[in-house]
Each structure stands twice: as structure tokens, then as C-alpha cells.
Ligand binder design. Structure first.
Ligand code: SF4
Ligand code: SF4
Length: 367
């Protein structure tokens, strides 16, 4: 649509709803309300998206659940909502209580809520199986359905996921389709690879910034509130200033730079233990995992994060333990280590694409 009524209701409060309400303002909406079923703490939209919408005078109405459209003489005139109160019960579950109803006049309603995939148009006797939720049965590795040559990806394959996963599904399905068209086995695929290379250039000099700044997210500069509505295509976010960018990049945890430990080089001088700013290194006797976790300089309480435990150290037979959960990849341990037992290495994840299946590119990448 190129225009919209003056009173607009947006149903739903995810990031799509934020796009809808702000676009409505640019298409002629004067009173734009986002109608949320639950309290603010349960919104799906990112906090900064909510801030940006409210900066533009979008009203966010909480605890209102849509009941019905109200239509007079074939014309939409508003929506009726159930009004709820919420409380958290003793089991920590959110409970709702109906306390009334309310009518909101409007010219247009935009449904910005999740959609379900539906495949009533696919015949059920063509060799394409569906599961108990009426979703196609799809192979997780090849993205092929139970009917050879038919592939699914994105939400249609495994339900709601984000767009990054949809792109990955597309890559993998492209490999399958390529192999299928070549009459080759679609599950015979190149493996994922990993390259590790030392980032050291010389002592005390690294090929990445290893400073770590725990600064809060910067507020990005925006086009002036009046000016931004002059044209539909004005991009509101102007990007970070040079100063903001400098601080933003220092928040990076350098997740592609890994600490790599060479047991035989360690002389147990404790220099890395002393210098680590987050105390995630410990040299200790090896023992069972619960005891080891509790014995660390800072006990490792996140049980989902495996510990790094070295082989027995040459001097005493103890082990070097690292809690990866709190490492900020600052590289101070590697910088301080007199023997190079700790090293920082850049890891590159190598993901095969369809083109790699037929060329020598994969061998070059993994060489
Ligand atoms: S990289 Fe930094 S935070 Fe991680 S173990 Fe080494 S000194 Fe500690
Ligand atoms: S600084 Fe190096 S040699 Fe010293 S304890 Fe740490 S890893 Fe071992």
C-alpha cells in the first residue's frame, strides 16, 4: 500500500511490528498504536527498536488481547480488545486475569504476528511425507524431503528460525540440488573445515586489537525527528561517529581468535595465571570435573561450557585449566608467557559451497 488511514492499530509487538508502526507514520498515520497482549517485559521486539518507535510518538498499549474487528456498513471502524491483568504465580509462570474490555477506533489494522506455514496445496499421495504438525519431513543435512528432488528451507523446513538460518539452508540445499542434478549421491558432501593460524607478528604486537572495553551499547545518531518524515526513503540511522566506532570495536570479544596451549612448553611459572584479568586460568591437580570446577581460581559455574583441561604438565604433572566461559580473548596470557606455551590463533571456519563440490577450491582453502 502507498497510503494508510490516520488511525492505525498494529497487532503484535515484535521487531516486525516496530517496522509496521514506523512505516505507518510515514504513509500518513497520525495515531499509531501497537497493541501488546502482555506486559513490556515479555515483548519480542528489541529494546532499542521500542525506543526508536516511542521516540516517533508511537503508543504501545499493553495487556490488550484482540477479540474482534468492528465493522459498520462494510467499513472497518475499530477493534474490540480483552483487557488482562498479569501476575507471576508460585511456579514462576505468568497468569492472566480478564478484567474488562475496550474498544479502539481505527481505519486500518496491521497484523504483525507470527504466521504458520500451511501446505494444504500439496497432495498427500505424491511421496512427500508430513509429520504430526503437518510440516514436511525434511533431512537436516541435505534439506531434501521424502520425495527425491524436492527440497525445503527456511521456516517451511523446520518452523520459525531467523533469516541467517534460512540463508544457511539455502546454501546446503544448493549443494544438494547441484548433486541431484549431476546424478550424484546428495549425502556425499565435503566436511566443514577449520584453519588455525597464529596471529602473532612479533613479541608484544598482535594482528588484532586485544584491548577489551566493557562499554554499553552506543546510541546511534538519528536524523532529526522532523526531517526524517519528509520522504519515505530517508534512512533514520546515520551510523556511528568515528569516536563511537572506536569504542564499539573495542567491545569485540575477538571470538575468532582462540587461545591455544602447548603443554610441553609450559614451565609452570604462573605468569599467565597472574596476568589474566578475569582469572579464568588455574594450574591444579587433575581430578573429577565437579571438584575441578570448584577448585578453579574463580569457580566455573556454567555447566554448559566445557572446561579446557591440558595434558599433564611436564614439571609437576598438574594440569592447566581454562574456563572459556569468561575468557575475553585479550591475549595477555600469550603476551606474558615466556615460552610461548599460550598462543593466540585466528580460527577460520571453512564452509563448503556448491562451487567447491566441483573445483579444487576446497583443497586450496584447507591446505
Ligand atoms: S586471553 Fe585474556 S582472558 Fe583469556 S585466558 Fe588469556 S589472559 Fe585470560
Ligand atoms: S606463562 Fe606460560 S610457561 Fe608460565 S605458567 Fe603460563 S603457560 Fe606456563
Amino acid at each position: 500500500t502507498k497510503t494508510i488511514g490516520e488511525q492505525v492499530l498494529i497487532i503484535g509487538v515484535g521487531n516486525t511490528a516496530m517496522d509496521c508502526c514506523r512505516t505507518s507514520l510515514r504513509l500518513g498515520g497520525k495515531q499509531v498504536k501497537v497493541m501488546a497482549r502482555k506486559p513490556r517485559g515479555y515483548f519480542k521486539a528489541s529494546e532499542w527498536e521500542l525506543d526508536d518507535a516511542e521516540e516517533e510518538q508511537v503508543e504501545i498499549v499493553v495487556n490488550h488481547s484482540p477479540r474482534e474487528f468492528v465493522i459498520n456498513d462494510g467499513q472497518l471502524v475499530g477493534m474490540q480488545f480483552d483487557v488482562f491483568e498479569y501476575h507471576v504465580d508460585d511456579d514462576g509462570k505468568l497468569q492472566q486475569e480478564l478484567i474488562g474490555e475496550e474498544f479502539f477506533p481505527c481505519n486500518d489494522v496491521i497484523l504483525a504476528i507470527g504466521q504458520e506455514t500451511a501446505f494444504p496445496w500439496i497432495e498427500r499421495d505424491i511421496g512427500l511425507d508430513f509429520d504430526q504438525w503437518n510440516q514436511p519431513v525434511v533431512d537436516r543435512a541435505t534439506y531434501q524431503s521424502t520425495r527425491a528432488g524436492v527440497f525445503f528451507g527456511g521456516d517451511a523446513a523446520f518452523g520459525p528460525e531467523n533469516i541467517i538460518w534460512a540463508v544457511e539452508h539455502g546454501h546446503q540445499a544448493a549443494i544438494s540440488i547441484h548433486r541431484h542434478c549431476q546424478n550424484e549421491a546428495i549425502d556425499d558432501r565435503l566436511p566443514f573445515g577449520m584453519n588455525l593460524a597464529s596471529t602473532k607478528m612479533s613479541i608484544h604486537e598482535w594482528s588484532f586489537s586485544n584491548d577489551y572495553e566493557g562499554a554499553n551499547r552506543r546510541q546511534m545518531r538519528h536524523v532529526d525527528l522532523k526531517e526524517r518524515f519528509n520522504q519515505l526513503n530517508i534512512e533514520v540511522e546515520m551510523g556511528f561517529s568515528a569516536e563511537q566506532t572506536t569504542i564499539e570495536v573495542e567491545r569485540c570479544l575477538n571470538c575468532d581468535i582462540q587461545t591455544v596451549f602447548t603443554t610441553d612448553l609450559c614451565i609452570e611459572c604462573d605468569a599467565c595465571i597472574d596476568v589474566c584479568p578475569v582469572r579464568c586460568l588455574t594450574i591444579t591437580e587433575n581430578t573429577d570435573e565437579p571438584t575441578l570446577r570448584a577448585a578453579l581460581t574463580v569457580p566455573a559455574q556454567n555447566l554448559d561450557q566445557p572446561l579446557y583441561v591440558s595434558a599433564a604438565l611436564p614439571q609437576t604433572g598438574r594440569v592447566m585449566v581454562k574456563d572459556e566461559n569468561v575468557c575475553i580473548h585479550c591475549s595477555l596470557c600469550a603476551e606474558r608467557c615466556p615460552t610461548g606455551a599460550w598462543d593466540m590463533r585466528k580460527s577460520t571456519l571453512l564452509i563448503p559451497y556448491a562451487v567447491d563440490e566441483k573445483t579444487a577450491k576446497w583443497q586450496q582453502k584447507t591446505a
